[in-house]
Write a protein that binds this ligand. Structure first.
Ligand code: TRP
Length: 460
């Protein structure tokens, strides 16, 4: 059984693939709407703070496991566990990541399907005042949604099936430059056509009464999701890293690019929304409702800018979807000695089945609540993003911080400074597990049991 990964054939492949993974719907769809929901400036500052203090260290831990373990998420952890006399059961962290990746794939593709559909809808022109009804209507179309979702899944699987060099690297070389140009074009358009100062002040002004446990939780969750932490993507991509590439430097580049694009997406959306008189608190409908209404108001200009915006979202979603599929495909290929083609075929079918559940969550099963969660779509999103990702993140943090101290080497990490190395280990050992678990417990109590522990403590 061949479990060792092959390597990228060049040194920029990891940077491109990991940036393509990180920059996705989370940045352009998720970040602005969560900033809007959580009062703007404070959320943005907390987000940046957590990206640096928790996101980057755990990101490096995940890449390290892949690079050192040289295999898929499960086998990498197993081989490092053997090297450090740890129990083989640590591999549950890898399995948890793969489970999360499949569930995310199942709902991510549905949102991406909407994005494709909206590219065409806005190109053909939406009447002023019609965006809200359009959004409601689109969500009720089981057949249409399935078609767009399946197109998106098949296209992503096609790239993954072609392998890491001829498939993933080749696609990223083309997608990423396009993505950056499109984001910049949207920011410039927003600055010219919208209210730039209002957008900036909304994004960066500090309103201390917005501070709450929920805002902190949202900021941490968003930081982890946006950086693609916690489902094996970074382990898989890290395992293909050429041996002379350093984990810390590569991670720093990707984390900076990801945060930069999230802020740019905010700068593209808010000035435009404010300039046209919209309030940005539209929740997850911000992009499909508010932005579509904004494009409708722009008339024929909107028929050009609208599709451009949705094309940007589609490119970002596509490069992320590829990375969401990679951990499970690598796992099947290596663990069961399958061809990449066959492994991708299996994952393709699993993804389509899961996506049908989350499509139905918008219409047929719209009112089928699961515990405290409104419908299967929300349930999948919650279970993967808020439940599993933080658990896997904590697991990796503890594994590297506590079990791999003898395996971690400054050469692989590219950290020569002893104090820096100690700080990194200290964060992994104490800061991130404690922080993540507190947030995880508070969040789950609140959402699943409607029990607000923070309020209870404050009331005492
Ligand atoms: N980070 C991507 C985004 O912002 C989504 C994503 C891709 C992801 N791979 C991931 C999220 C791995 C969590 C884990 O849209």
């Amino acid at each position: 059984m061949k479990t060792e990964s092959s390597q990228w054939n060049n040194n920029t492949a990891f940077l491109l693939a990991a940036t393509g993974s990180a920059v996705g719907l989370g940045n352009i769809w998720g970040f602005p709407y969560k900033a809007g929901e959580n009062g703007g400036g404070l959320f943005v500052l907390l987000y940046i703070f957590f990206v640096i203090t928790l996101g980057l260290p755990v990101f490096m831990a995940e890449v390290f496991i892949g690079k050192k373990g040289k295999s898929n998420p499960v086998s990498s952890i197993e081989s490092l566990a053997a090297k450090s006399n740890s129990s083989a059961s640590w591999n549950i962290v890898g399995y948890g990541g793969i489970l999360a990746s499949l569930i995310i794939a199942g709902y991510y593709a549905v949102i991406a399907g909407f994005v494709l559909n909206y590219g065409f809808l806005t190109a053909s022109g939406v009447e002023e005042g019609a965006a809200q009804a359009l959004w409601t209507d689109q969500q009720s179309q089981f057949g249409d949604m399935t078609m767009w979702t399946v197109i998106f899944i098949v296209a992503s699987c096609y790239v993954v099936a072609n392998g890491i060099d001829a498939g993933i690297d080749k696609a990223m070389r083309f997608l990423l430059p396009m993505l950056f140009i499109l984001v910049l074009a949207m920011v410039i358009y927003g600055a010219v056509a919208g209210d730039f100062t209002k957008g900036i002040s909304y994004l960066f002004s500090w309103k201390s009464d917005d501070f709450s446990a929920a805002t902190v939780q949202a900021a941490i969750g968003q930081a982890f999701f946006s950086l693609s932490i916690g489902m094996g993507t970074l382990m898989a991509f890290g395992s293909y890293m050429p041996s002379n590439q350093k984990v810390s430097k590569a991670s720093g580049v990707v984390v900076t690019a990801d945060t930069g694009v999230a802020l740019l997406a905010g700068l593209a959306i808010f000035p435009l929304a404010f300039g046209l008189g919209f309030q940005p608190e539209g929740g997850s409908a911000l992009v499909f409702e508010t932005m579509t209404e904004a494009f409708a108001r722009l008339g024929s200009v909107g028929q050009f800018v609208g599709p451009l915006f949705f094309f940007l979202l589609a490119v970002a979603a596509f490069s992320s979807m590829i990375s969401i599929l990679e951990p499970s495909v690598a796992f099947l290929t290596q663990k069961f000695s399958m061809t990449r083609m066959k492994a991708t075929g299996i994952i393709l079918i699993v993804c389509i089945l899961l996506s049908l559940v989350s499509i139905a969550g918008h219409n047929v099963w719209k009112d089928l609540s699961i515990g405290a969660l409104d419908n299967p779509f929300e349930a999948m999103k919650y279970f993967a993003d808020d439940f599993l990702l933080l658990l896997v993140g904590t697991g990796m943090s503890i594994f590297v911080g506590w079990r791999l101290q003898k395996v971690v080497d400054s050469n692989t990490m590219g950290i020569e400074n002893k104090a820096m190395m100690n700080l990194w280990i200290f964060i992994l050992k104490w800061v991130s597990p404690i922080f993540l678990m507190v947030i995880w417990i508070l969040g789950n109590l609140k959402v699943l049991f409607d029990y607000d522990l923070v309020a209870v403590i404050l009331a005492v």
